[in-house]
Ligand binder design. Sequence first.
Ligand code: BGC
Length: 244
Amino acid sequence: MKALGIDIGGSALKGAPVDTNTGKLLAERFRIETPERLTPAQMAKAVVDIAEHFQWRGPIGIGFPGVIFGPKILTSSNLHKDFIGCDGDKLFTKATGLPVGLINDAAAAGFAEMRFGAGRGFAGKALLLTLGTGVGSALFYRGTLIPCELGHLPMKGKSAEKRVAASVKEGKDLSWEKWGHRLNEYIAILEKIIWPELIIIGGGVSAKHEKFFKYIKTRAKLVPAEFFNESGIVGAALNAEEQR
Ligand code: BGC
């Protein structure tokens, strides 16, 4: 089984065909940089460019960094505001002429990690956090996915992601220690509410987990994501396949 997975992010969109039985990419990723915030129509055109690059004719899975509510996109914290209220299903299906499955980007990443990566075979309560431009989250209990928006939990008067996203560490040039302590505070709040048994940390920083995991005190088993940069693509493809 094959699907084209596309991960829409704050600074680029990336796609590749995926073997949904193994979670492996079937070709090298194709990436389109988006230094400017693309409007929904421009984003749909970029999605078409990715499909055309692979001469794709099958199902497409798209991971989007916002709330997916039925066919609609309801939030867009780090992308163009015109996505808010936009029928994402219709937008991308019409533009590509192909069946499209839309899912939150962190939920997609969680899907991939639980099926083929750091959460493989784990049947308890798992929390995945992606630390990138924003903070994405997904919960799994006995294998069932619950997309959630824990990055917007209020912390010191603002959305938690404005304190703990990897982009904040970079933008404010925070040391690993300072940022690690912030993350620890955030995870302590999540722990009080969710009590996860396993926490998977994704996003580019997961490759450097040994620099900040030491500041995080949690009862849960804390592990880095295994997919590094590909989980969003793989999970979006898995979702497209399952929605068929
Ligand atoms: C969005 C989430 C998304 C996360 C990671 C947040 O700002 O609200 O929906 O999963 O960023 O991209």
